[in-house]
Write a protein that binds this ligand. Structure first.
Ligand SMILES: Cc1cc2nc3c(=O)[nH]c(=O)nc-3n(C[C@H](O)[C@H](O)[C@H](O)COP(=O)(O)O)c2cc1C
Length: 200
């Protein structure tokens, strides 16, 4: 499902970067991402590029110069027409590793749409999403109203079977991707016609 840098597996498709928010050992994120990949695979609008920050040896400190891994993430985000963040909730917010990626790759988010799939306990990760909206507003990102959220996520997914009752979430993801593709198309045209840098 994931595409290489320039390959398109669906005719006319735009590029969707799915950014994994958790780098935690034993993370739950992989179950949610596996489910999301299936749904995105069925959607005609997007080719998928899964960006897992774990694979880029994130630095312990905020780099003062070039960091190879973060530069690679930046390039992948730059190529994206839309970004889908899959995030858990940590202490009513989102993981520090995700903040590090966002802080260093800021320009790649400019005048692009971003959507969220969240998971956690009783709040379903929605407090992490609200915090992300504040941060991404600073980067001139258009965040979608619609969130796909999993409350008490560990009760909803099975190791082998995946999401146990998928219908409602699949419908929700489809609607989110429809809306994301609308914004992605409009903003891609907009960026090409009127470079956003001239007003940012
Ligand atoms: C440091 C930490 C803080 C957490 N804080 C919250 C919280 O505020 N609200 C919540 O619903 N769940 C909270 N959780 C539970 C996580 O949402 C849950 O463990 C989730 O599976 C974490 O995602 P991950 O396994 O992909 O890293 C917290 C988990 C951790 C590790």
């Amino acid at each position: 499902m994931s595409v290489g840098k320039d390959k398109s597996v669906k005719p006319g498709a735009m590029r969707l970067a799915l950014l994994i928010g958790s780098t935690r050992e034993g993370r739950f994120a992989d179950k949610v991402v596996r489910w999301a990949k299936d749904g995105i695979g069925r959607h005609p609008a997007f080719d998928l590029d899964v960006i897992d920050p774990r694979g880029f040896a994130l630095p312990a400190h905020f780099p003062s110069g070039v960091h190879e891994g973060l530069e690679k993430i930046q390039r992948r985000l730059e190529l994206a027409d839309a970004i889908l963040v899959v995030t858990p909730e940590y202490n009513h917010s989102f993981p520090a590793a995700l903040k590090q990626v966002i802080d260093v790759t800021g320009e790649a988010w400019q005048a692009k749409p971003a959507a969220f799939i969240s998971y956690g306990g009783v709040s379903g990760g929605l407090r992490a999403v609200e915090q992300l909206r504040l941060v991404l507003a600073e980067l001139h990102t258009v965040t979608l109203r619609k969130v796909v959220s999993f409350m008490n996520a560990w009760e909803l997914f099975d190791e082998q079977e995946g999401l146990l009752e998928p219908l409602r979430a699949e419908r929700s993801l489809k609607q989110q991707l429809d809306q994301l593709s609308w914004w992605a198309r409009v903003l891609r045209l907009g960026r090409a016609q009127w470079p956003y840098l001239s007003v940012s």
